[in-house]
Design a protein around this ligand. Structure first.
Ligand code: MN
Length: 474
């Protein structure tokens, strides 16, 4: 997986001085216990670091400023152990520019009836403090995450874990750089958009390159480099020569490898983590990149075809969120409209992400009618079964709209010997008719990101963080 920063999350506890230093010592000791347990047994993807017991507006403001400028800090988790007057939180919370999780928990999960007294109540006022703190976050329209429950509860730990991935994806969104080789496909509407607004709102940098820049890079690739990768591919995939002459097959696979190596070098040099191609703009190239794109997808690079930079960046973003498992660029192609069997067949002309494969991909070489170039090599496989999400982002002129539905990923029931591309089948959980109807009505495009490793809640949390209009088709 393409590397992201090493992140950590800071833990800040709210309290106040009303009950003396001894009470604050207990608050700190309880907090350290919670953090140790979460770090040891919470199965969290990133560590939590105890920062401070915050009791004054100044200390809260100070720690939030630090959260903002420390690149390694992906977000902050707050807990109101005791009552923490929320006017103290206004300045710091307003300044905070990173994801915030309010952990509405309590040190003990029971009420100790035999020993409880007013001192205990004063020290264990999460229920009280949560509401005071929640009010100010709501009034400041922070759209922060709230997780409710005991800190040892697996459900709570799972929610923290999922949110951490969202918070990291949000931070990393501002590092996403897309290289576009060629412009958008001529006459297509939904792949267009406002690149400046995308950079303001989502942090995406989108740079154009003429295809000649890539062709120049391809010319520098050596035969030794190509042979090395060819061998690696022979070990990794099933080579299906089919009706091709063996030399023709090998040459055409090697041409894709030349493209792959050139693309990787180009992207690495420019710090790009996503890219687009366009079959209308292949001057000087022998093949539309197919297998080349797929192998870069496998490494974590975001991609979309036809110059669709929005989907390429979204693909990279969701791949970060999914730790590059079961996630890739997708296109709605064909319906099965037989009653009781309704489904959507998704694919692309070549470039389907192999992280979606449920079996060993086959390397095949076939003609491609579109683009008017030589027969490209591509990886062919069947997609995966299971709970999945399909999402897209559309530009409505004055804002971006994120359209999503939950789907059931399906295994193909029949072979398709004349369809030489990878395929993913799904049915919207909203029901085929309702789901497709709402997708179309909401202006969701045909280019999407399909993922088996992200939840609907995570997409919703991201949409809130990025202040995107969010349509969850149910
Ligand atoms: Mn397409």
């Amino acid at each position: 997986m393409l590397k992201t920063n090493d992140y950590e999350f800071w833990f800040v506890v709210g309290s106040q001085h009303l009950y003396g230093k001894e009470a604050l010592d207990v608050v700190k000791a309880d907090t350290v216990k919670i953090i140790d347990e979460l770090n040891k047994n919470g199965h969290l993807p990133y560590p939590i670091v105890f920062k401070t017991v915050a009791t004054t507006a100044d200390s809260i403001t100070q720690v939030m400023k630090e959260v903002n400028y420390q690149d390694k800090v992906a977000g902050v988790i707050t807990w109101m152990h005791t009552f923490s007057p929320a006017k103290n939180w206004i300045r710091g919370t307003k300044l905070l520019q990173k994801p915030l999780l309010h952990l509405a928990t309590q040190f003990l999960n029971t009420i100790p009836w035999k020993t409880i007294d007013m001192d205990y109540m004063n020290l264990n006022q999460s229920a009280h403090g949560d509401r005071e703190y929640g009010f100010i976050n709501a009034r400041l329209r922070k759209n922060n995450k709230i997780v409710v429950g005991h800190w040892k509860d697996k459900r709570v730990q799972n929610q923290i874990s999922k949110w951490m991935d969202v918070a990291v994806a949000y931070n990393e969104s501002f590092n996403i750089k897309v290289a576009r080789f060629g412009d958008n496909m001529r006459n297509v509407a939904v792949t267009e958009g406002d690149k400046i607004e995308a950079q303001i709102q989502l942090g995406w940098t989108v740079d154009y390159y003429g295809i000649g820049d890539l062709v120049a890079e391809m010319k520098k690739v050596t035969d030794a480099e190509i042979d090395r990768t060819y061998k690696e591919c022979q070990g990794k995939y099933e080579f299906v020569v089919g009706d091709n002459d063996p030399q023709f097959f090998e040459d055409h696979v090697k041409e894709q490898i030349r493209e792959e190596i050139a693309l990787r070098k180009f992207l690495e040099r420019g710090g790009y983590s996503a890219f687009t191609t366009n079959f209308e703009d292949l001057w000087g190239m022998k093949q539309l990149p197919g297998m080349a794109v797929q192998r870069l997808n496998e490494e974590g690079y975001g991609f979309a075809g036809e110059g669709d930079w929005k989907t390429a960046a979204l693909d990279r973003l969701i791949k970060i969120l999914a730790h590059n498992k079961g996630t890739g660029f997708m296109e709605d192609y064909t319906y099965d409209l037989v009653e009781g069997h309704e489904e959507i067949l998704g694919s692309h002309m070549l470039e389907v992400d192999p992280t979606l494969a449920q079996s060993k991909p086959r390397v095949e070489v076939h003609p491609l009618g579109i683009g008017d170039k030589e027969d490209p090599a591509r990886l062919v496989f069947d997609g995966s079964e299971g709970d999945a999400i399909d999402l897209t982002i559309s530009d409505f002129g004055d804002h971006h709209r994120l359209v999503m539905y939950e789907v059931q990923g399906k295994k193909p029931e029949e072979a398709a010997p004349h369809l030489p591309v990878a395929r993913q089948i799904w049915t919207p959980k909203a029901g085929f008719y309702e789901g497709v109807h709402q997708w179309i009505e909401n202006g969701g495009g045909h280019h999407t990101v399909f993922t088996l490793n992200v939840t609907a809640d995570q997409i919703e949390d991201f949409a809130k963080l990025a202040d995107l209009e969010f349509i969850n088709i149910k």
